[in-house]
Design a protein around this ligand. Structure first.
Ligand SMILES: Cc1ncc(COP(=O)(O)O)c(C=O)c1O
Length: 394
């Protein structure tokens, strides 16, 4: 079996989540909006799923809106808050390292007259809370900053950013916590966010299920019209099995978090130590304020996509960065924003560990990855020095 080191892209569905979902895909198929007994049973299970997710976040069940995933949660948060706040202002502050689910949504809002400010980041991908504060004007309605970056794993100083946002009246804070949710404790009260996005498939829940936390009193406009589901915030018959799978997987991830984080950190450090001896390699992202299982690097003079392909042939599944941009020739906007020149950013590689990653898999990865990275580098350097192969024997 190939070793799966791409948990930042997605994780396998855990057995407990599947078992909890199955009855709602079979006998208990009722529509939560139906008045009869099937519907009432479905409604009770859906209400309970709201409560269970809310408890993990220190929130109230009525503050949770189930969505089709992290991308939809981000879209609903940003467009919903932007349109609801239009009368107060049109300025939105964000960062230059957000996931496309945020970045591209903001580009879209610009077409409708919203002004978007993308703050720069430091070499480690961190936003300076003082810069957030300085960027907020009396026309600002929303700030959106991710909790942890999906390409380089850097954790943002969100509590400090929230404190800065709070000094301004009527400015909402949205936090994309999709990548961070399994590994970073989120208490919405302590975090100080008004809107928080999570997605189930990053913590061994099902794909196509996500949730948006919406603080009581926060007005967002629904982005799809139809029924009154999710307290008028998200029309459409609910994905009940998905919501239950999300709630089950998230509860387990939160309960096991301390142990998982300690193990992943140890495994990631072991892998990083083995790989970063290869000349021309460098860790990307913050050395300490980072997701425990996400190891990201650049290998100079290589093409990350080719390295990932070579690793695939050696039985290791990993990626260059965001799964959403795989296959495109675009270089990472995250690494570029962190100050890496395009040639270096092309050598990006991300190995992301998960709860089910074993020590044996890490030992095997430590034995394989450095050799593959080194040989790809040697090959690329030889090609650059002698592009026509004239120095090679016939
Ligand atoms: C930080 C971040 N935000 C949003 C998303 C999108 O989530 P989904 O795949 O559930 O739509 C991802 C997925 O990679 C992510 O890492």
């Amino acid at each position: 079996m190939p070793i799966y080191l791409d948990h930042a892209a997605t994780t396998p569905l855990r057995r407990e989540a599947l078992d909890a979902m199955l009855p709602y895909l079979t006998e208990q198929f009722g529509n939560p909006s139906s008045a009869h007994s099937y519907g009432r049973a479905a409604r009770a299970a859906l209400d309970e799923a709201h409560e269970r997710v809310a408890r993990c976040l220190g929130a109230d069940g009525r503050e949770i809106v189930f969505t089709s995933g992290g991308t939809e949660a981000n879209n609903l948060a940003l467009k919903g808050a932007a349109w609801a706040g239009k009368a107060r202002g049109h300025r939105i502050v964000s960062s230059s390292v957000e996931h496309h689910g945020v970045g591209h949504t903001l580009r879209y809002l610009e077409k409708f007259g919203f002004e978007v400010v993308e703050l720069p980041v430091d070499r480690y991908g961190r936003v300076d809370p003082a810069e957030v504060d300085a960027a907020i004007t009396d026309r600002t309605i929303l700030v959106s900053i991710m909790l942890a970056n999906n390409e380089v794993g850097t954790i943002q100083p969100v509590a400090e950013i929230a404190a800065a946002v709070r000094t301004h009246k009527d400015v909402l804070l949205h936090v994309d916590a999709v990548q961070a949710a399994p590994y970073v404790e989120i208490d919405v009260g302590r975090l100080g966010a008004d809107l928080v996005s999570i997605g189930a498939h990053k913590f061994e829940g099902p794909k196509g299920a996500g949730a948006l936390y919406v603080r009581h009193g926060t007005h967002i406009l629904a982005q799809q019209q139809g029924g009154t589901q999710e307290r008028h915030r998200r029309a459409g018959t609910e994905n009940l099995a998905g919501a239950i799978g999300l709630a089950t997987a998230y509860e387990l991830a939160c309960a096991e978090r301390a142990e998982t984080v300690a193990r992943l950190k140890r495994q990631r450090e072991r892998l990083a130590k083995a790989v970063l001896v290869v000349p021309g390699t460098e860790l990307t992202g913050h050395p300490r304020q980072r997701l425990p299982g996400l190891f990201s690097m650049v290998a100079r003079d290589t093409d990350g996509a080719s390295v990932a392909m070579a690793l695939d042939l050696e039985g290791i599944a990993c990626s260059v960065g965001s799964a959403c941009t795989t296959g495109s020739t675009e270089v990472s906007h995250v690494l570029t924003a962190m100050g890496y020149p395009e040639e270096e950013a092309r050598g990006a590689l991300r190995l992301s560990l998960g709860r089910t990653t074993t020590d044996d898999e890490i030992a095997r990865a430590c034995a394989i990855v450095p050799g593959v990275v080194a040989s790809m580098r040697v090959g690329a350097l030889a090609l650059a020095a002698d592009p026509l192969g004239q120095g090679l024997p016939a």
